[in-house]
Design a protein around this ligand. Structure first.
Ligand code: ADP
Ligand code: MG
Length: 698
């Protein structure tokens, strides 16, 4: 390593201790090397100056050269804004700011030559540019015309005059010191085989592109590298795990499975269910420990796949266990599975927190002796007091309620870790699953059982309640049940609770002939279960609830899901809630109730919900709208990652390609000893050292 790269950022000309502290704090930049890896978020083509006459409001970022004719302050409250009427002699545009009016009035002068950058838009028939970047025309050197980098900065940075322009200057100072090529971070073989730009050229061009083509090549090289190391890390981890742990071999499909298949299976398996079962059988027969993530939209029939996998374990002399996130769900699985196994000689038991005393003792004994073959339960099943004779397979339903640590506890339940099947109805886009759960294999049930009517989703404004309630009454008269859901983002939010209570009273008044039950997160578990049970049993026709009902509950007779304040829910959450209906043979409805005024994002979410029932499409859209960091379930995955330049959504294809490259390397050099790959393994080590999240999974 050349010294200067590793040297403290405060020694870089233009920085000093005070700005260094801001860079440390705001951007995690400590060295000049860190700064070099702080990439621009956009580039503006400054090779051309447009004239105002040409603008039509459909263009991307452009630049203009001209003068401010006059200022105008307009609007009240949040609409308050400063308008500068700007002209280049061919026409006038409005430059608009909603913040910092006083500061701006002091800074910009009338009748000065300025260069203005921004994205033109049409408003009331006039072209305007909101929050443009403005430079004195004399400050913009002709030599710097070309693709100009723009860097994200924070408010705190701006207060220390660390705006984008300043970062450009600092970057220049760093780059001036590059006299000889920086050490490569990919092997020569990879660089040449995949026609990658050298690291040094890539870094130079990512900050100061020679031209658009060089920029594209620089971006490709840096994205390639970033995704390559993420994948290499995951694949290496998976390989180590396979070496360390042998898996129990379920070599045969025997009497229990076959009897079930021939006599008890109430319907034909869908081809997706068959395919997934094959994948599972291959895993458990391979001698490797299975770690499989089974994704399937709500109602796609995951429980049956889980059951049949458990039967294979039984056929090979092992026990199986299934964990659900709530007592209600565990109960439901228990009932369903007992019913499915009716008449067969298989001992199934339920273990939850409320099963105590003699009954609990009996179950624990049965597990130790091997008499209990299938155990279904909540977290209670991973308590230390629960021990098995020979646990071979664990199924975890609705994975995102289980943390990595809890999963790990399961592994100690037998001499070798049992096979693990994790099921989730929160579909994670394939590309993301690959990055997050690279060590899990992924199966997908992408087909619903036949005969399901797609749920009809409607959007209604909340002033249209009368007609909404009329349709609900009709459904109830036909014997159906109805969910009404209120948002409760945090269990502690008092306002939400008030909304729910008011909603409940309101519903009781509007439906005097109905029994209404109520469930929310601040209730005691026992009380909650009791209320749920009233709905499950059919005693209550309407359930007023918060999102606590989101996961897994199966009431086939419920045909209407009303979501109040739907604007406050994320897409995945809306889809999960919708999945509570549409489980029976009748036409089901999901009604999204919102206020009249909706933001652009909300409008998009609602539009997607109304248009499609496809969980994967929704997950992709969710990812695009919110970014991967927010995606449900990723927080607890334990494989958080931080990408500097690649984008999981946009670069999904490259990700898959690069995974192949990484796989090849791991296969060809499983022990990491080939001198040709020395650079690669060293770089991976260095990355793991500096990146907490990366180290955490290894
Ligand atoms: P989820 O994937 O949401 O857990 P479930 O396993 O609860 O879905 O299945 C939903 C419903 O579909 C259940 O009532 C189940 O009996 C039924 N089902 C499952 N597989 C099939 C199939 N192949 N054909 C018809 N119905 C099925
Ligand atoms: Mg389920």
């Amino acid at each position: 390593m050349i010294d200067w790269v590793a040297s403290d950022i405060k020694f870089l000309p233009g920085v000093g201790p005070q700005r260094a502290a801001v860079l440390n704090k705001e951007l995690d930049i400590y060295t000049q090397h860190d700064l070099l890896y702080y990439f621009p978020y956009k580039y503006v083509d400054r090779s051309r100056i447009y004239s105002i006459r040409e603008l039509d409001g459909t263009m991307p970022y452009i630049q203009l050269k001209g003068q401010i004719l006059s200022f105008e302050e307009a609007g009240e409250g949040r609409q308050r804004r400063l308008i500068a009427h700007f002209s280049d002699g061919t026409g006038v545009v409005d430059l608009v700011w909603f913040q910092g009016i006083k500061y701006l009035l002091g800074k910009y002068k009338i009748r000065q030559e300025y260069i203005v950058f921004g994205r033109p838009a049409m408003f009331n028939g006039r072209v305007n540019i909101a929050h443009p970047d403005i430079d004195l025309a004399t400050d913009v050197q002709m030599s710097s015309m070309g693709l100009q980098p723009y860097y994200n900065t924070t408010e705190k940075m701006k207060r220390s005059f660390l705006n984008s322009q300043m970062i450009v200057k600092l970057m220049n100072n760093v780059i001036k010191q590059i006299k000889e090529p920086l050490p490569e971070t990919l092997s020569p073989a990879i660089v040449s085989e995949y026609h990658l730009m050298s690291l040094t050229d890539a870094l130079l061009n990512i900050h100061f592109p020679g031209n658009a083509e060089l920029l594209r090549k620089a971006q490709y090289r840096l994205k390639f590298e970033e995704l390559f190391y993420v994948q290499l890390n995951i694949l290496r981890y998976a390989r180590d795990r396979q070496r360390k742990y042998r898996g129990y071999v379920f070599s045969r499909v025997g009497d229990i499975f076959n009897t079930f298949y021939a006599r008890n299976l109430p319907f034909q398996l869908t081809s997706a269910q068959k395919r997934v079962l094959k994948e599972i059988r291959r895993d458990v027969g391979s001698g490797r420990q299975m770690n499989r993530l089974l994704q399937g939209d709500v109602g796609s029939g995951k429980t049956l796949v889980a059951l049949m996998s458990m039967l294979i374990a039984l056929d090979n002399g092992y026990q199986a266990c299934m964990m659900a996130p709530t007592e209600i769900l565990a109960n439901q699985h228990y009932e369903t599975i007992r019913e499915l196994l009716c008449g067969m000689d298989v001992r199934v038991e339920l273990l939850t927190g409320s099963i105590k005393g003699k009954r609990r003792e009996g179950i624990l004994q049965g597990l130790l002796s091997g008499d209990v073959q299938i155990l279904i339960g909540t977290h209670a099943v991973i308590e230390d007091t629960v021990n098995f004779a020979s646990l071979g397979l664990v199924v975890i339903d609705e994975q995102h309620r289980f943390g990595v640590a809890q999963r790990a506890r399961l592994w100690t339940k037998n001499v070798q870790p049992p096979h693990v099947l994790v099921m989730t109805a929160t579909p994670i886009p394939r590309t993301l699953a690959m990055t997050l759960y690279g060590d899990l294999d992924v199966s997908v049930i992408d087909e619903l059982p036949p005969g399901r009517k797609p749920i009809a989703t409607l959007h209604q404004f909340d002033n249209n309640r009368a007609s909404l309630y009329r349709s609900v009454r009709k459904q109830i008269a036909e014997g159906r049940q109805v969910y009404i859901v209120y948002p409760l983002i945090k269990e502690s939010e008092k306002i939400d609770l008030k909304n729910l209570e008011e909603g409940y009273l309101h519903v009781c008044e509007a439906f005097p002939d109905c029994t209404v039950c109520k469930v929310h997160g601040q209730m005691k578990p026992a009380e909650k279960d009791e209320q749920m049970q009233r709905f499950v049993s059919g005693e209550a026709q309407i359930m007023v609830a918060t999102t606590v009902i989101e996961v897994g509950v199966n009431v086939p007779n419920a045909s209407v899901m009303i979501i109040e304040n739907a604007e406050r829910f994320g897409l995945s959450q809306l889809h999960q809630l919708r999945g509570r209906v549409g489980r029976g043979a009748d036409q089901s409805y999901c009604i999204l109730v919102t206020g009249y005024k909706l933001s652009e994002d909300t409008r998009k979410r609602i539009e997607i919900m109304v248009r499609t029932n496809d969980g994967f499409e929704i997950a992709e859209a969710d990812l695009k709208l919110r970014g991967p960091g927010d995606l449900e379930g990723t927080q607890q995955s334990g494989v958080a990652f931080d990408l500097k330049i690649a984008d999981i959504v946009r670069d999904g294809q490259l990700l898959q390609y690069v995974r192949g490259v990484a796989q090849q390397l791991v296969d060809a050099d499983p022990n990491g000893v080939d001198p040709e790959n020395e650079i690669v393994w060293k770089q991976l080590q260095a990355l793991c050292k500096t990146n907490v999240n990366w180290a955490a999974i290894s």
